[in-house]
Design a protein. Structure first.
Lengths: 263, 285, 285, 263
């Protein structure tokens, strides 16, 4: 699918990234995970939120990459940063110090309360699949003001019960965070390739509040491992604008060219 | 006081079977040449420490050199999983691999405590997170002023740390620039420290006073290995070889293919080969 | 996001009677202009925090603005004692001064904990030292791994921190160079942060990535006050006015002479006067 | 007293500084206090120990000042340093990290066991004289490998009982340090304007081991507030050499000129 002119045609992945980008504001300080979160944060920066502060866990603060990094520590991030600090300082002064308003995470497994597993499939001591692990996520989940999660829907990924609590969302729901002494808001937004979800104010269960254009309730339900709740008033996510789509595709094209050129 | 010497000597004099060793680098400046030299010298029963074990740890694990790994993210950055590490953890191939798993915050604080000569680090971590259940070295400490319960981890103190850096001066002071990761902490926390550098310059007289410079007397040995961080990068010298990271995913997926690749590219190679590997990456740096 | 404004406004909007305030600077970059503005505006009942209270704290204490001082070295650096502070502590003149005294290590760790959002700092300190007896905020914590008993101090979290720095860019990012002291920690630990700078430049694009830069959004207000660190110095701009430190010893020795000096040099002066005070010190920087 | 040529004439203060400088070795990492310690350390660097590493608590590591700083944070220290680090890092990684071999301290009051008071004369809560306080000294005293002390002798300064334990030496003597869990050696050398003192191996009481040229036992005893013990074999401190005296005087002349010039 080539983007020039044809702004009506877009992939679910593009819709997911663009919907996520819209949730970010210029005054946000965003701790960026790699992959879809990174694309969303940079689309936000290149469209409606030019002043957003993007932080990557490699120590790069206030980055403005022209191409998307492959890893969280590509040279582009350092070259364009306001400052680059040691990793212990990043986790102590900047994340734990309470200076991050939004932590943007992906997930291998996610449950309805925003708890995330990126550690193992199966038993921890005898895993079926050993995943990379938590990295920065356990403390991003508790120290960032709010958590946004983005992932493509699948029954394997959105499960009734995750195999391992890599990072804590709302636990068993309700006031579970407060009971653990966690003072931050936790997951407040889930953006998938099909819908936008927000936690129920009381139970904290993720509830669909907006369907992406052309998506049905049935599609959402069929690609989710738990029984999906829908908000009483269900919105339709506005389709990507020409600018949003062009920005995302240009960014991805520059990225592809840059990564190929260096090799 | 840092001694300049060939990489083979620096590794053989400072690494022993059974050592705990950190080959640190946070995406940037990964000490690949030092790790490959350690592989060629065939050390055994190592405890490898690193926040982000990547290709070089996958390689050492795949070669059966590693007894235990202490880490916080065992992935191929930007690509996916580490298949030799998975094979060891999931199937015990080529040998069982004990793991001690932390978060990045946990590891970073533990290195910081090691550099600071403290026995432990306290931080606000692991709240509701299950690593605190499965990792015995995650404990807690109570603030004597507020009563808040914080996470506590023991300081990391490797027997030896290996890092790669851009420059040494003739006195053996070392400059690390760009994404500096936990390299300074890894060096200061370790009993011995070995540094590979891109180049040696006469002096650091023109450097800005606040840069990350490790004084000569904090370092045991320095080896000059241009390109020694490939396929990662050296800020100001050459860019990251992203294609090599993508290619590794396939190489490491198969035990035989892995063995053949290691034979050709590590066992039968030398530190001098790294300069050639980064040649095409220099123009873009 | 940092707002540029005149110093009088920056001080009046960010300092209140009864506040805890840190005017930090470790011999270098002491925010004298900001302190003098606070004196002109006549704040009362302040709790002043600083590792090395020097002339400006002597002045604020002598003017009766200070209820309590938290510190680790109350001297005129390189010269001797601080005579207004002594008069307050020894004689209660012009008012009683409560003190909370730490070591440098204690204060530095406490600022670090404040910047890191922790409630306390643990360090190996005060062993056999009597400050642990007289300062109630020095407690202890036991390492959960080794059993070692370490010193613990509560994090410092000033209501407002004032620092002086070399440069801001137009977006309000701030560069501190040379002896950086605890200025970064003082800013990050505080609820509000006010920075005076020597100059404003268009952008920081050419800066080395690892310098001490405070992003605009960590700062509340910036005021441009060339010479604002006099009689201390600004690395790269002007040298230390050692004669002024020596002269202070005599000025502060006498209550009347002190009062007259303050009237002439602070009360009847303006932030703009600082540029002239460093003129003869610029050639040597 | 002008130095040119007349190397036989020297002041007690010059002898003290030069004797202190001789105790330092090229491989030492020395945490330098201001005043006499700073002069001694720099004379050592400019004579027999060119490779010595001098650290000032302002964060300057490996400095080689051409003139003596008035304060511990003069620009000269930063300009000539191998690197300049933040003050928290100085106390955490460098001092507490065990990287300092010699801590060089002065004292307002000193007792026979090397305990130092720089805090108050009189009662802490109601002091007769409020002194500057400890600064870096309490942790230098416990974290540096050894402590060298230098001060001019006087009955007011060298006292039977100090008013306040700013920094701990050997406490009440013997194994008092070990009983407190302190693993470093503590004060191993005292250099005054009249003599060189070392702690008794068992009692840890400072004992005169060497008298400076022309100094008598009586002079030492008359200017010390405790009953002085002398070693069985008492040496005579070698007089300053021509090079030592010239180096010290040149350094002080450059310092005086530099401090005057800036004003």
């Amino acid at each position: 699918m080539s983007g020039n002119g044809n702004t009506q045609a877009f992939t679910p992945g593009e819709m997911m990234t663009i919907a996520a980008s819209r949730a970010l504001k210029g005054e946000d300080v965003c701790f960026v995970g790699i992959g879809a979160p990174s694309a969303a944060c940079n689309v936000a920066r290149l469209t409606h939120a030019p002043d957003i502060t993007l932080i990557y866990e490699s120590g790069t603060i206030g980055t403005a990459p022209d191409v998307l990094p492959l890893s969280i520590g590509d040279g582009e991030l350092c070259d364009t940063a306001v400052t680059t600090v040691p990793v212990p300082e990043m986790f102590r002064y900047w994340l734990q110090g309470g200076r991050v308003s939004i932590g943007f995470l992906g997930a291998a497994q996610l449950d309805r309360f925003g708890n995330i597993n990126t550690t193992v499939i199966g038993d921890y001591a005898h895993p079926k699949t050993r995943l990379p692990g938590g990295g920065g996520a356990p403390e991003i989940a508790s120290s960032a003001g709010e958590i946004y999660i983005t992932m493509a829907q699948s029954k394997r990924g959105m499960v009734d019960k995750i195999d391992f609590y890599t990072s804590f969302g709302h636990g068993e729901g309700g006031d579970h965070r407060q009971r653990l002494g966690i003072t931050t808001a936790g997951p407040t937004l889930l953006i998938t390739d099909l819908a936008i979800w927000k936690p129920d104010p009381v139970t904290k269960e993720f509830t669909v509040v907006s369907l992406h254009p052309g998506v049905t309730r049935q599609q959402v339900a069929d690609t989710c491992g738990w029984t999906v709740r829908f908000a009483e008033e269900l919105a339709e996510t506005p389709a990507p604008t020409e600018l949003e789509l062009k920005t995302l595709r240009d960014l991805q094209a520059r990225t592809k060219a840059a990564h190929a050129a260096a090799n | 006081m840092a001694m300049f010497m060939p990489l083979a000597q620096a590794v053989s004099e400072n690494l022993k079977n059974g050592d705990s060793a950190a080959f640190e680098g946070f995406t940037h400046l990964i000490p690949t040449a030092a790790a490959h030299e350690a592989i060629r010298q065939g050390f055994r029963d190592l405890t490898l420490i690193r926040m982000t074990p990547d290709l070089i740890y996958d390689q050492m694990i795949g070669m059966g050199m590693v007894r235990k790994m202490v880490f916080s993210y065992v992935g191929n950055p930007g690509v996916g999983l580490l298949r030799r590490a998975r094979d060891a953890i999931e199937n015990g191939y080529p040998r069982d691999l004990e793991i001690e798993e932390h978060s990045h915050a946990g590891m970073a604080n533990a290195y910081e405590a090691g550099a600071a000569g403290l026995p432990f680090a306290a931080f606000r971590g692991y709240l509701g997170a299950e690593l605190a259940r499965v990792t015995p070295t995650i404990k807690s400490v109570t603030c004597p002023f507020t009563g808040e319960v914080l996470a506590a981890v023991p300081a990391l103190r490797p027997d030896v740390s290996f890092i790669h850096a851009q420059k040494a001066d003739r006195k053996g002071n070392v400059l690390v620039e760009g994404i500096v990761g936990v390299q300074k902490e890894a060096v200061l926390a370790a009993k011995r420290a070995v540094v590979t550098v891109e180049e040696v310059v006469d002096d650091f007289d023109d450097l800005h006073p606040n840069l990350c410079v490790l004084p000569s007397w904090t370092i045991t040995a320095i080896a000059v290995v241009p390109g020694g961080a490939h396929p990662s990068y050296a800020h100001g010298h050459y860019v990251r070889d992203n294609a090599a990271y993508v290619a590794w995913d396939e190489i490491a997926a198969d035990r035989e293919r892995f063995a053949a690749w290691m034979q050709e590219n590590v066992i039968e190679a030398t530190p001098e080969d790294f300069a050639g590997r980064v040649k095409h990456l220099r123009k873009a740096a």
